[in-house]
Design a protein around this ligand. Structure first.
Ligand code: EPU
Length: 420
């Protein structure tokens, strides 16, 4: 497994372009299963998760080709089941359930297991599909969803932690080919859900209200092929912005969507980070002294859970007491013990991490546990004195396009070491 060797203490300087959003492109690729016609998706990031999804679609009978950042999918004919081993490997693959149910009136997908950041159930996805008239059975680790007819209805998708992003995507994708009108209450409002709705509407779907908690889908008989450019990755942009502040550098981010980043940009400002917006370009520097802040992760438009770990690193570098509360996933603090190896002082109290910031960080070998924890460890390594080796970086490659190359372009001393 590859690792990253980082010689820290070098401020990042330069310009970097934001890639397409992982969490938008995965459901959009799944949505191509809704039509036999050809779909062309542009600004697709080069990620292992995208490669997995391409293989899953191919295993279902779709023709998939990748040319640079353009992915073309044509699912002229579908097989009833795909490659379970592939589907099992990536949680994001759950979003093939909705399109398969919509188009074929049946789907079988392996149940995603618990993952490192929490149990990650799919009860709300299945509830939505039952409400549309599907029968759901679980057998041998697989979930089977079947319906003779899918009939639009009013359904509520709120759960213990609020709305569900992929659950909303899945139910929306099943409902576009249902009979009649479906109203999804407590729908997720994330920009990735809006991008998917936009894609589906271009295909001929009739979706209103995406981006609000009430989405209305009027079923249509069929959908057609489209071309689409995926939105920029707001989480990648936030990660680079925090890396710029953490290393006391100056980074210019091109092709960002600051209108998708209000909560992060607001917290960075409160923490003393200067972000100058000019259209789709953000220039990030430390404005002066960093200040500790309280951060609580919430569904969009609140502070994203996917930026919690990175923000914790910034707080670890900021003199004073920062408090970071995780409200979306129950065990998304795996980075805390690894950050402690670099010298950070962080105590976990229930859903909160109390960060006694301002300690000097010094390089150490650390283990990446999940995607965003890995990003946090990279930022910490960049800011620490000495050498940090981040092991198990396959998590990073799942969600950050060429992160080592992009950071090197900003002057970071970072090297990928291939290991057996
Ligand atoms: N939940 C349920 N039941 C469900 C589904 C979710 O209780 O049926 C709970 C979850 O356990 C969690 C909360 O609802 O407590 C929110 O989970 P959600 O369903 O919104 O998460 P997701 O759709 O599985 C996507 C992203 C995650 C991101 C979350 C929250 C993709 C592929 N994944 O996951 O991204 O953290 O939304 O914004 O879109 C990442 O990129 O690192 C990542 C984990």
């Amino acid at each position: 497994m590859d690792s990253l060797l980082i010689k820290g203490g070098v401020p990042l300087h330069g310009e970097v372009s934001v890639s397409g959003a992982k969490n938008a492109v995965l459901p959009i690729m799944a949505a191509t299963l809704l039509t036999p016609e050809k779909c062309v998706i542009r600004h697709v990031p080069d990620l292992t998760d995208v490669g997995f999804m391409a293989k899953i679609l191919a295993s279902l009978g779709a023709r998939v080709s990748v040319d640079g950042d353009t992915v073309t999918v044509q699912a002229a004919k579908l097989k009833p089941v795909g490659d379970y081993e592939l589907i099992r490997k990536m949680r994001g693959s759950i979003c093939i359930l909705g399109p398969l149910l919509g188009r074929q009136r049946q789907a079988t997908v392996s149940l995603p297991g618990g993952c490192i950041i929490g149990t990650r159930p799919i009860d709300l996805h299945l509830k939505g599909m039952r409400d549309l008239g599907a029968s759901v059975t679980v057998e041998g680790g697989y979930v089977n969803v079947r319906a003779r007819r899918l009939i639009g209805c009013d359904l509520f998708l709120g759960g213990r932690a609020g709305p569900t992003v992929l659950g909303t995507a899945n139910v929306m994708m099943a409902a576009v080919l249902a009979e009649g009108v479906t109203t999804i209450e407590s729908a997720a409002c994330e920009p990735e859900v809006v991008d998917l709705a936009y894609f589906l509407n271009k295909m001929g779907a009739k979706i209103l209200g995406a981006g609000s908690p009430t989405i209305t889908v009027t079923g249509v008989k069929q959908l057609h092929g489209v071309e689409h450019e995926v939105i920029p990755d707001r989480i990648e942009a936030a990660t680079f912005a925090i890396a710029a502040a953490a290393t006391d550098g100056e980074v210019i981010l091109h092709g960002a969507r600051p209108d998708h980043m209000h909560a992060v940009l607001d917290k960075l400002k409160e923490a003393g980070v200067k972000v100058v917006r000019k259209g789709l370009t953000l220039t990030v520097t430390r404005g002066g002294r960093l200040k500790p802040v309280d951060v609580t992760t919430l569904p969009y438009s609140g502070f994203p859970t996917d930026v919690q770990a990175q923000m914790m690193v910034l707080m670890a570098l900021t003199p004073g007491l920062g408090i970071i509360t995780e409200r979306i996933f129950e065990s998304r603090f795996m980075h805390v013990s690894e950050l402690a190896r670099l010298g950070a002082e962080i105590a976990i109290e229930g859903p909160s991490a109390i960060v006694k910031g301002g300690r000097k960080l010094s390089g150490a070998p650390v283990m990446a546990s999940d995607l965003r924890a890995s990003a946090a460890l990279v930022i910490a390594g960049l800011a620490a004195q000495g050498t940090t080796q981040v092991n198990r970086i396959y998590h990073l490659d799942r969600g950050y396009e060429k992160i080592d190359q992009k950071l090197r372009g900003l002057g970071a001393r970072i090297q990928r070491i291939a290991q057996e």
